[in-house]
Design a protein around this ligand. Structure first.
Ligand code: CA2
Length: 156
């Protein structure tokens, strides 16, 4: 059973925590990655977290996920979500269970954010939960692929 999930973040998400806190909160990308690694570990999974500002590099990461037989992908493709047929095609090609995440509620924002190409290649999408969306996405992905949470210790 594959034990690695890929957590992919797209353009400008490296700026998290430095600007626009009213939209994206105060947490940094490092905080997101720590949250993902800790959440994945609760399921005995390892989160391989990557960020790129380049569309082609994100395509390469998706191909890497296939080559490494990743159990799942969590992706926030940032602005490319709304424009990138290439990312849609890569996700569709690798056939890895994928959850799309957006930190903000894209449906409460500008019309151009209401459509997502990556959503069409994902089995689920989450938006508007802030960075907690990544934690929720990992829980949903684990349920989808049949991975149970590891018991966290004896109950009193
Ligand atoms: O809400 C999300 O997670 C988005 O994917 C974020 C993208 C935006 O284009 C999508 O419509 C929704 C933008 C990421 C930019 O991140 C920044 C973070 C801090 C400061 C500036 C930009």
């Amino acid at each position: 059973m594959a034990r690695t999930i890929y957590v992919l973040n797209g353009p400008n998400l490296n700026l998290l925590g430095t600007r626009e806190p009213e939209t994206y909160g105060h947490a940094t990308l490092a905080d997101v990655e720590t949250l993902c690694k800790m959440t994945a570990a609760q399921f005995g999974l390892e989160a391989d977290c990557r960020q790129s500002n380049r569309e082609g590099e994100l395509v390469d990461f998706i191909h890497d996920a296939r080559a490494k037989q990743a159990a799942g992908i969590i992706i926030n493709a940032g602005g490319y979500s709304h424009t990138s047929i290439a990312l849609h095609d890569a996700l569709a090609a690798v056939k890895i269970p994928t959850v799309e995440v957006h930190i903000s509620n894209i449906y409460a924002r500008e019309d151009f954010r209401h459509h997502s190409f990556t959503a069409k290649a994902a089995f689920a999408s989450l938006c508007g939960f802030g960075i907690d969306g990544y934690r929720l996405a990992i829980h949903g992905l684990a349920a989808k692929i049949g991975v149970r949470e590891i018991a966290s210790g004896a109950q009193a």
